[in-house]
Design a protein around this ligand. Structure first.
Ligand code: BTN
Length: 254
């Protein structure tokens, strides 16, 4: 069970705990489509059996050890072509939370993997329901490795791996929801320049040359930044190019 966070205004005030489910994102999408969820609703489970990730990947999490939840947001003030701002909000919120929690280098691997000392600790899957050029609702799914010791691959880590201690899941959830609300309020208050700035400051490998697998083949390029649509801007001997998620990956990815 999880308690309603005391330190937020609206995020997590409606908190739905399900002991097990296929995917909190799928459940949150279904419930939202039925129109029954208020802004800031959190759907959380201790046993997610078919967690979904980016690029059609699976998200596997040991039952009872980690945080697997989805936050429903209704950013009526955003247009559909501004969706990437939610990616900035959620990834910065997780980064803020982890920087407070750990004495380690925390980075955002474009678009929204969160790395601690270059190892993935958190995956984020953001799904939107659009109606014309407006966003009806957003489901931001977060999988944070907390107390899991045996991780699915060598490029992953967890809070317990970093601190050497177990953490209480409901305390971590409360801290994380507070960080989400803080960054979301920044967006709501029209401070998207700050979000853009902070996102770039925390972007993994920004300004460094690395090899990428692109739709045109392997390319040695430097991450210059991200455009308004969230496309990665890569600078190389071929010039400047823009890539969507499915068009590029780091050549040394796990
Ligand atoms: C990724 O790294 O590819 C994103 C993983 C996102 C996993 C979370 S866990 C809670 C929520 N429900 C899901 O099915 N996926 C997200």
């Amino acid at each position: 069970m999880y308690k309603i966070p005391a330190n937020t205004l609206f995020v997590g005030k409606n908190l739905v705990f399900v002991p097990e489910c296929h995917s909190t994102n799928t459940l949150a999408m279904e419930l939202s489509q039925r129109g029954s969820l208020v802004d800031g609703t959190v759907i959380i489970t201790d046993n997610q059996q078919a967690g979904r990730g980016q690029r059609g990947n699976h998200w596997i999490s040991q039952p009872g050890k980690n945080l697997t939840f989805s936050v429903v947001l209704k950013p009526g003030f955003l247009k559909a072509d501004q969706q990437f701002r939610l990616t900035q909000v959620i990834s910065l919120a997780v980064t803020d939370y982890l920087k407070n929690r750990l004495d380690a280098t925390v980075k955002i691997k474009w678009p929204n993997d969160i790395l601690v000392n270059e190892l993935k600790i958190c995956g984020i899957l953001i799904e939107n329901s659009l109606s014309g050029d407006t966003i009806q609702f957003v489901v931001a799914g977060i999988g944070l490795n907390v107390n899991q010791i045996m991780l699915p691959n060598l490029k992953a880590t967890s809070l317990t791996q970093e601190t050497g201690k177990d953490s209480i899941l409901e305390n971590e959830l409360e801290l994380l929801l507070h960080a989400i609300e803080e960054r979301y309020q920044q967006l709501r208050n029209g401070n998207s320049h700050q979000l853009e700035h902070d996102y770039l400051m925390n972007l993994y490998r920004k300004g460094e040359f690395h090899v990428f697998n692109t739709k045109e083949g392997a390319l040695n390029g430097m991450i210059e930044g991200v455009d308004q649509r969230g496309r990665l801007i890569l600078q190389s001997s071929e010039g400047k190019r823009f890539y969507d998620l499915k068009e590029i990956s780091f050549a040394d990815k796990e």
